[in-house]
Design a protein around this ligand. Structure first.
Ligand code: FAD
Length: 423
C-alpha cells in the first residue's frame, strides 16, 4: 500500500493551498474530498467573483478577523495578504482592488482562482481523489501520532502527516458539514462552541411584523450593538449598508454585527440583543438643524428624504410623533430633539440570527490554544495539522476568510511536508 508523506482532507480554499505547498516542498501528497470537484465553496464565494483577499495593513487585517485574528500573527509573518496577491499575479492572474481594499480577479470569475489552484496541483503531481468521503482519522495512540485516514467505503490511506482542511458548517451543500470536529476531538482537541457569523439577524420588532419596511436599503449607516436596553456601552459598531427584510435585518453592516449578537446572547444568557442605527452618521445636529431651517416651509418627509429612503423617513417621523405632512416650522423643540434622537439612535432588537447553515462563516471550532501558531500543527498529536474554517478563526466578509484559509493552508502544508520528512 502506498504511504503518502502528506494527506490533505478537504479540497476547499485551505486544503488546495495546503496540498500545493506540501507538494512544493517535495512531499508525496494526496488530496481527498467528498465532492465530485474541488473548491465548491470557493467558486460561489464573493457572489461567484471570489473576494480573494484584502489589500490592507497587517493590523487592519487582524482587526477584521474578530474570531482569533491575533492567532495569525506568526503565520502572517511567513505568508500574508501581499503574498496571496503575488501568488496569483505571478501565475498570470491579474487582480483588481475594489472598495474597502477588497481584491478580486479581473475576470470577475471565481473559476479563474480555482483553475489556477487546480492547475498548480496538476503541475506538482498531487494525487487528487474526489467523491471520497473520509469517515475517520487514524491515530497511533502508542506513538501519539497520526497514521492515516479511513474512507467511508472502508479503504485505508496511510500517511505520515495529515492536514485537516474539512471546513466549518456554513453552507453544507458545498461539502462543509462539520465532519472535521469529531476527528479533532478524537485527537484530544477542544472544539470551541460553534455559532453563526456573517448571518442575517432575526427580530420580533413591530416594524418587522408590520412588514411595511421590507426591502428598504439603508446606505452607509452606523449599526451599534449595545450592552443592554439602557445603551450604556457600545460593544461593536459598523458603518456600512444594510437592508430590512421580512424576518429582520441583513446587509454588510448587519452581517458583521451578527457574530457579536450571537456571542452577546450566549454570554449574557439573554433573549434579546439591543441595537441601533445612526441613519445620518456623517451629519452633525447643527448641520441638520441648519438644513431644516433653510427648508422650514417644506414637509418633514421631503426634508428627510435627502438622507434616507422615504419609507424610513416616515417611520422615523412616526416614532417621533410627528405628522409626515408637518412642516419643519411647525415642530416644537421637543419634537426636533426627538426626531434627531430617532435619526441617530433608531433602536431595534434581535433574538438571534439565521442558523450556521445559512450564515457565511462558522464561529468557533478547533481551539487555537492547542495549535502551534507558527506551524498549524496540533500540540496534542504529532503529524496532525489544521487549517481554514475548521479552526476557531472567523473573519468579516471582505476577503478575510479566504485570506485566513490561504494563510493557514500554506503554513500547514509546508510544515506537514517538513514534519513528514523527519518521521
Ligand atoms: C456563499 C459564500 C460566499 C463567500 N464569499 C467569500 C469571499 O468572497 N471571500 C472570503 O474571504 N470568504 C468568503 N466566504 C467564506 C470562505 O469561502 C470560507 O471561509 C473558506 O472557503 C473556508 O475554506 P476551508 O478550506 O476552510 O473550507 P471549505 O472551502 O468549505 O472546504 C472544505 C472541504 O472539505 C470537504 N470535506 C468536508 N468533510 C469531508 C469529508 N468527510 N471527507 C472528504 N472531504 C470532506 C468539503 O467537501 C469541502 O470541499 C464565503 C462563504 C460562503 C458560504
Amino acid at each position: 500500500m502506498t504511504k503518502y508523506d502528506v494527506i490533505v482532507v478537504g479540497a476547499g480554499s485551505s486544503g488546495l493551498m495546503a496540498a500545493i505547498n506540501a507538494a512544493t516542498q517535495g512531499a508525496k501528497v494526496i488530496l481527498i474530498d467528498k465532492n465530485p470537484r474541488p473548491g465548491r465553496k470557493l467558486v460561489i464565494s464573493g457572489g461567484g467573483r471570489c473576494n480573494v483577499t484584502n489589500r490592507t495593513t497587517r493590523e487592519d487585517l487582524i482587526t477584521h478577523i474578530p474570531g482569533n485574528g491575533k492567532f495569525l500573527y506568526s503565520a502572517l509573518d511567513q505568508f500574508d495578504q501581499e503574498d496571496i496577491i503575488h501568488f496569483f499575479e505571478s501565475r498570470g492572474v491579474a487582480l483588481k482592488e475594489e472598495d474597502h481594499g477588497r481584491m478580486f480577479p479581473v475576470t470577475d470569475r471565481a473559476r479563474t482562482i480555482l483553475d489556477t489552484l487546480t492547475g498548480e496541483l496538476e503541475e506538482l503531481g498531487v494525487e487528487v481523489r474526489q467523491r471520497s468521503t473520509v469517515s475517520k482519522v487514524l491515530y497511533d495512540k502508542d506513538l501519539n501520532q497520526v497514521s492515516g485516514i479511513e474512507l467511508e467505503n472502508g479503504d485505508i490511506v496511510e500517511g505520515k502527516a495529515i492536514v485537516l482542511a474539512a471546513g466549518g458548517r456554513a453552507y453544507p451543500r458545498t461539502g462543509a458539514t462539520g465532519d472535521g470536529y469529531a476527528w479533532a476531538r478524537a485527537a484530544g482537541h477542544t472544539i470551541e462552541r460553534l455559532y453563526p457569523t456573517e448571518s442575517p439577524i432575526l427580530s420580533h420588532d413591530a416594524l418587522i411584523k408590520r412588514n411595511h419596511l421590507k426591502g428598504v436599503s439603508l446606505r452607509d449607516v452606523r449599526v451599534t450593538l449595545w450592552n443592554g436596553p439602557e445603551h450604556q456601552k457600545s460593544l461593536v459598531e459598523h458603518q456600512m449598508d444594510m437592508v430590512i427584510t421580512h424576518f429582520g435585518y441583513s446587509g454588510p453592516a448587519i452581517l458583521r454585527t451578527s457574530g457579536h449578537v450571537n456571542q452577546y446572547l450566549h454570554d449574557e444568557n439573554a433573549e434579546t440583543a439591543y441595537l441601533s442605527i445612526n441613519l445620518v452618521p456623517n451629519l452633525t445636529e447643527d448641520e441638520f438643524k441648519q438644513v431644516a431651517e433653510e427648508n422650514r416651509n417644506k414637509q418633514m418627509t421631503t426634508i428627510l428624504k435627502q438622507w434616507m429612503p422615504e419609507k424610513m423617513a416616515e417611520e422615523v417621523l412616526w416614532r417621533s410623533e410627528i405628522e409626515k405632512t408637518a412642516a419643519f416650522k411647525q415642530l416644537t423643540h421637543a419634537q426636533i430633539d426627538s426626531l434627531w434622537n430617532n435619526m441617530t439612535v433608531f433602536t431595534f432588537t434581535a433574538y438571534g440570527t439565521q442558523p450556521i447553515e445559512k450564515g457565511f462563516v462558522t464561529g468557533g471550532g478547533v481551539s487555537t490554544k492547542e495549535v502551534n501558531p507558527r506551524s498549524m500543527e496540533s500540540k496534542l498529536m504529532a503529524g496532525l495539522f489544521f487549517c481554514g474554517e475548521l479552526l476557531d478563526i472567523n473573519g468579516y466578509t471582505g476577503g478575510y476568510n479566504i485570506t485566513a484559509a490561504f494563510v493557514t493552508g500554506t503554513i500547514a502544508g509546508q510544515n506537514a511536508a517538513w514534519t513528514s520528512f523527519s518521521l
